[in-house]
Design a protein around this ligand. Structure first.
Ligand code: NDP
Length: 251
């Protein structure tokens, strides 16, 4: 595909993300999975299998294009491949095995839309690195270092917070108020961690496709964190009032 056409398509993709973000934020629509799951969204499937199916394309499409595309891999492509695969191996394989959601369902509409998102996002980023990108910029540049630090902090925050949330069901099966660590400041530190991960990835990659992914992560997760935060306030009278949704002290 021609470079200019590719860039135009990525800008269109960012525009679609912005429209989705605006709609989700202002309409208050709660994506119906996890605590917001609903039977009004048609056919459903097992929640764990749903996570596996919807995240699997990301684990396959990006690495395939990067590894088998005509562009020779440099150190930078390699580190981006490691960052991507680390995240998606967890999200597609480990996370579904760990969550305690036995008997829970997820609407097929959600699985299908996330599947399509992951195909497009994996394609955009993989095609760029495997087929179009100019030669790697110097590996030991300050932007790579800064990006790696942001990604690593985000990855740890996402892992630790997901671990804390999953651990809440050791004692009882319903929902309870998460406490400790970054939960003292925000309702969704796992979402904050994930946003940091892909901002870090974009800083390392320094490309339009990686920027589009960081923006889409914000477009998806800021409304979801707002929904979770409001849900906690609706369901727990003693929910800490000083907590924000996803950005400490701000939002
Ligand atoms: P949540 O953060 O709501 O929950 C994670 C797990 O913990 C689920 O199994 C959930 O169960 C359980 N859980 C959450 N809160 C509680 C509680 N208070 N008490 C007991 N159990 C709880 O899941 P999300 O679906 O919002 O996100 C999961 C992961 O996926 C996150 O790491 C997020 O960053 C990532 N994600 C990324 C997206 C992207 O666009 N990149 C989009 C969406 C998610 P249950 O499912 O039953 O609620």
């Amino acid at each position: 595909m021609d470079f200019n056409l590719f860039n135009t398509l990525v800008w269109v993709w960012i525009g679609i993300g912005l429209a989705t973000f605006t709609y989700l934020l202002w309409s208050g629509t709660r994506a119906p999975y996890g605590r917001h799951t609903s039977e009004n969204w048609g056919k459903t499937m097992d929640n764990k299998w749903g996570w596996f199916v919807m995240e699997l394309p990301a684990l396959i499409v990006f690495p395939t294009l990067v590894l088998f595309g005509p562009r020779e891999m440099g150190n930078l492509s390699l580190i981006l491949l490691v960052m991507w695969t680390l995240h998606y191996f967890n999200r597609a394989i480990i996370f579904p095995l760990r969550i305690r959601t036995r008997g829970k369902k997820i609407p097929l509409t959600i699985v299908l839309s996330a599947f399509i998102f992951n195909v497009i996002n994996g394609f955009i980023n993989g095609y760029w690195l495997g087929y179009l990108a100019p030669l790697d910029h110097p590996f030991f540049s300050s932007s790579v270092l800064v990006g790696l630090i942001i990604y690593t902090m985000g990855f740890i925050l996402n892992q630790v917070s997901d671990h804390q949330l999953i651990g809440l069901r050791k004692k009882h099966t319903g929902y309870s108020i998460p406490k400790g660590g970054m939960f003292n400041y925000v309702s969704c530190p796992n979402h904050l961690g994930e946003i940091m991960e892909w901002i870090g990835f974009a800083v390392v990659a320094w490309s339009l496709p990686a920027l589009s992914f960081a923006l889409w992560t914000i477009f998806n997760l800021v409304p979801r964190a707002k929904n979770h935060h409001e849900w906690y306030l609706e369901n727990f009278k003693d929910y800490p009032k000083n907590r924000k949704a996803v950005i400490p002290g701000l939002f």
